[in-house]
Design a binder for this molecule. Structure first.
Ligand code: J2J
Length: 552
């Protein structure tokens, strides 16, 4: 366990009481989302994955068997399980099975590699690691072998079991975990005030931070999101983003749709070739995308010919978030896709903002929405934490009924990432309009937002510094027409500069997710410095402002 035995920072009791009194926290565990909907309408289709379909009753039954089977294999309440699956039905089954068991999924992304996964497993003392055999041309069993051989994992997660969906090789097959007994043992539901899972932070530090969310707080954000987005049992949601990400999971995402009793359609990838036929076949009514994908979909829709045209007319709502959508792109959504746009500005730490259906068009295309809850407290402050004048640009601080009060096992970092009175320092620069709507206009955190994929500069810099020919390194964002930003590593070499290719290969060999490998590498003799002698990243970034670059 953690040194002082506390894994997360609870809300002060007065706040917790207020959130319960207001009806936000209802004492229900996330597993009940499925059970409620199965009781209401057991025969409705809950989940579609390729040619496979599950009704709510089937899903509920299967989740119960899986939870029981996991329990028999020694996974108990409170245990951590690193879940790294693509958009397949088994993700949903396992996620709910772990919720029902009270074990905590750690939501890794398919793009993560040895460096990230070994860290998640060891840092959380994980009991199990779940993968698909092969996906997107990558064999995750090879990754699992590397993870098991990692010294940190061996000592911190000594009995890590690997569960594989598909061909399990020497590992445990997912199909064998299920409890086949006539009546699988019912499990005691976890307390709603307990942790439900660990989500990943975009982060700005050397190691990714983990976000502890409780059943109570997350359930509230899901329920309120489903209401704001008008979900019902007739909603058909296409999950095209990686399902483990907070946006497609909860804003309102798959959990919101299951809560409303609608249908979730999992897309294996977000390309128009894959999703347009799915939208037509399943009568999809809403989906969520990051801005670069929204732009690709719009182009593809505009390019549909009379001879080969998919019917997208069922699509009512396109949610866009994860990074800033330009006003120009926002204006094109309805003309090109024939649906309503909703901007979503959220974060896995909590606060989620939506533009509303009755907002004037001007607000929908030019703002990133307003908070879910009346009890979301938002402050916009200067560098000294003083409130700026209304409408001025400043740092966004927030606290509320579904925003964490601290990262998982991170006391030292928490002292910096949260104010003393519990506001989360989002690292985003915003303006707030009198209506409460926020406009995201920059970032103070040392992060690159690569079309929604967050890259912590310090994490990449640490890997670069491990190369013998790198004396110093600074990773900054450069503007990009397609992704919004890409990453550039400025490197001061030790002696002769190595080739950029050599650095990229080194980064991959260190087991870093591909999206974190710098898009561009520049060797320089020295770095510009600020008055106090720190690397002046602003000056480095400004080298690109003159000529935005796109690298195919
Ligand atoms: C500008 N920046 C944005 C937006 C997020 C819903 C939607 C997104 C996320 C998410 C999420 C932005 N315009 N519309 O969890 O539930 C940047 C901000 C923010 C960070 C959070 C959800 N929407 N961002 O993106 O945890 O910088 O969550 O602080 O991945 O993404 O990233 P993440």
């Amino acid at each position: 366990l953690h040194a002082d035995g506390v894994d997360f920072t609870p809300w002060p009791e007065a706040f917790a009481q207020r959130y319960r009194d207001a009806g936000y926290w209802r004492g229900e565990a996330l597993g009940q989302i499925l059970q409620h909907s199965a009781a209401r309408d057991p025969l409705r289709v809950a989940l579609v994955c390729g040619e496979r379909r599950w009704t709510y009753a089937m899903l509920d039954e299967e989740v119960g068997r899986l939870a029981s089977g996991l329990r028999q294999r020694g996974i108990a309440q409170g245990d951590r399980v690193v879940l790294q699956l693509p958009n397949i039905g088994e993700f949903v089954l396992l996620c709910f099975a772990l919720f029902r068991l009270g074990a905590l999924p750690v939501f890794a992304l398919p793009a993560h590699r040895r460096s990230e996964i070994a860290y998640f497993c060891s840092f959380t003392n994980a009991k199990a690691y779940v993968i698909a055999d092969v996906h997107g041309g990558f064999d995750y069993r090879t990754l699992a072998r590397d993870v098991l051989a990692d010294d940190g994992v061996k000592s911190a997660a000594p009995d890590l079991r690997v569960i594989v969906v598909g061909d399990a090789a020497e590992f445990i097959a997912f199909d064998e975990v299920r409890d086949n007994d006539e009546a699988p043992t019912p499990l005691a539901p976890p307390a709603a005030s307990a942790l439900a899972f660990l989500q990943l932070s975009g982060g700005s530090t050397g190691r990714p931070k983990l976000i502890p969310r409780t059943h109570d707080d997350y359930f509230y954000s899901v329920r309120a999101s489903a209401e704001i987005c008008g979900l019902s049992e007739n909603s058909v949601y296409l999950c095209a983003l990686p399902v483990a990400h907070n946006f497609p999971m909860s804003s309102p995402g798959i959990l919101g749709v299951f809560h409303a009793g609608g249908t979730v359609v999992l897309a294996p990838n977000p390309s128009p070739d894959t999703v347009f036929p799915l939208i037509e076949r399943e009568g999809v009514t809403l989906t969520s995308l990051v801005p670069p994908l929204a732009m690709i979909w719009m182009e593809a829709a505009a390019a549909q010919t009379a001879a080969k045209r998919y019917d997208l007319s069922t699509l009512e709502l396109l949610q866009v978030g994860g990074s800033r959508l330009s006003d120009e792109a926002a204006q094109r959504v309805r003309p090109l896709l024939g649906c309503t746009l909703q901007q979503v500005f959220g974060m896995a730490e909590g606060l989620v903002n939506y533009t509303r259906f009755d907002d004037p068009e001007q607000l929908v295309v030019s703002t990133q929405g307003r908070p879910i809850s009346q009890d979301d407290e938002v402050r916009v402050v200067d560098d000294d934490d003083n409130d700026v004048a209304p409408g001025e640009l400043g740092h966004l601080l927030t606290r509320g009924p579904y925003t964490i009060r601290g990262y998982y096992r991170a006391d030292v970092h928490n002292a910096r990432a949260f104010t003393r009175d519990g506001f989360y320092r989002t690292g985003d620069l915003v303006r707030q309009l009198p209506s409460g709507h926020l406009i995201v206009d920059g970032r103070a955190k040392d992060q690159i937002n690569r079309g929604g994929d967050k890259v912590a500069a310090e994490e990449v810099e640490n890997h670069l510094l491990a190369h013998p020919a790198v004396l110093d390194a600074a990773v900054v964002a450069m503007p990009d027409a397609y992704l919004g930003e890409r990453s550039c590593a400025f490197i001061v070499p030790r002696g002769d500069a190595p080739r950029a290719m050599e650095i990229s290969r080194f980064m991959r060999e260190r087991g870093l997710a591909q999206y974190k490998v710098p898009d561009r590498i520049e060797f320089v003799a020295s770095f510009p410095k600020t008055g106090v002698g720190k690397i002046d990243k602003r000056a480095l970034r400004e080298r690109f402002v003159a000529q935005p670059t796109t690298i195919p």
